[in-house]
Design a protein around this ligand. Structure first.
Ligand code: COA
Length: 164
């Protein structure tokens, strides 16, 4: 697979996808956003926030993955098209993204949050080398309730000799 930076021309298709209630799955907030607002968001992305399309080698788009600042650190979020889930692509995309971030930036950790009910996301993170660091209670408003998430991080080679 390839990760390709989202360009302005991709936003029409993005708007169709993200407004589809099934796209982000049951453990994320529902999104309703116009193409115009997506364009505004796209123009305002800071230097540490980048959105990528996940594409198969033949160019078929199968999902998206993003990194963004979280305090002094970077965090990632990811989603596969519903028809492409459960085929290993999520794990592969997270591995590629973390490799890219550690190779291209002066960082010591990459963070991710996974809803405690979202077993697929927790497994993806675990398989990509992330470790659970704690539970954040009532972290996110999702479809009517404040939901609880695991906080996880990948430390790359920095994680080798860490006591904790
Ligand atoms: C979370 C998500 C990205 C996982 O990606 P994926 O490509 O489906 O996951 P993988 O195929 O790499 O599977 C990773 C592991 O999770 C398991 N898994 C996949 N779907 C699962 C499910 N619905 N329930 C339980 N386990 C599941 C797989 O069996 C695999 O484990 P294994 O290696 O022990 O067999 C994908 O399900 C998704 O897009 N969900 C909606 C958006 C979302 O929740 N994003 C994450 C939070 S921002």
């Amino acid at each position: 697979m390839n990760l390709r930076v989202v360009e302005k021309e991709d936003l029409i298709q993005n708007a169709e996808l993200v407004n589809n209630p099934g796209y982000f799955g049951e453990y994320n907030p529902l999104v309703q956003i116009s193409k115009a607002d997506l364009e505004k968001q796209h123009e305002k992305l800071g230097p540490e926030e980048k959105r990528f399309l996940i594409e198969k080698k033949d160019g078929n788009r199968i999902g998206g993955i993003t990194h963004f600042p979280a305090g002094e650190n970077l965090e990632i979020g990811y989603v596969l098209n519903p028809s492409e889930r459960g085929k290993g692509y999520g794990t592969e995309a997270v591995k590629i993204m973390t490799d890219y971030l550690f190779l291209s930036k002066d960082i010591v950790r990459v963070q991710a949050h996974a809803d405690v009910r979202n077993v697929a996301s927790q497994k993806v993170l675990e398989k990509a080398g992330f470790r659970k660091e704690g539970i954040i209670r009532k972290f996110k408003f999702i479809r009517g309730n404040r939901e609880t998430c695991f906080s996880t991080a990948f430390l790359g080679k920095n994680g080798k000799n860490q006591k904790y």
